[in-house]
Design a protein around this ligand. Structure first.
Ligand SMILES: [Zn+2]
Ligand SMILES: [Zn+2]
Length: 113
């Protein structure tokens, strides 16, 4: 039976900026390492009065939340925009960011001070 190839649909790429990977480079590896050396515990757990080792590094302002390449770069590599988190808190933060951005911002303020 002849195999009929379906015509490929090319989705128009809305923005190239959405596809840049800022993690796959030496700059990120270095920054991430120096950040977790400085903050070896999950900062949200600390805020809750618990101690858990850092598992991931969270970007407070999401990198791809901006379409602007320069802004994305700033967000990606600014230590002020980073937070040490455990995987559980990381999920929690991302949910909060979507569900209640205002509470999210206030929470971050407390943690960064
Ligand atoms: Zn945590
Ligand atoms: Zn994150």
């Amino acid at each position: 039976m002849p195999y009929l190839e379906k015509p490929k649909k090319f989705k128009k790429v809305k923005s190239l900026a959405k596809h840049i990977n800022y993690y796959n480079c030496a700059a990120w590896t270095k920054l991430r390492l120096s950040y977790i050396v400085e903050f070896p515990l999950c900062q949200l757990c600390l805020y809750k009065g618990r101690t858990s080792p850092v598992e991931q590094v969270h970007h407070i302002l999401p990198i791809h939340g901006s379409e602007d390449l320069l802004e994305q770069r700033n967000r990606a590599y600014d230590p002020e925009n980073l937070l040490s988190v455990c995987s559980e808190c990381h999920v929690e933060l991302h949910n909060l960011l979507v569900l209640d951005p205002m509470i999210y911002r206030n929470l971050i303020k407390f943690m960064k001070n």
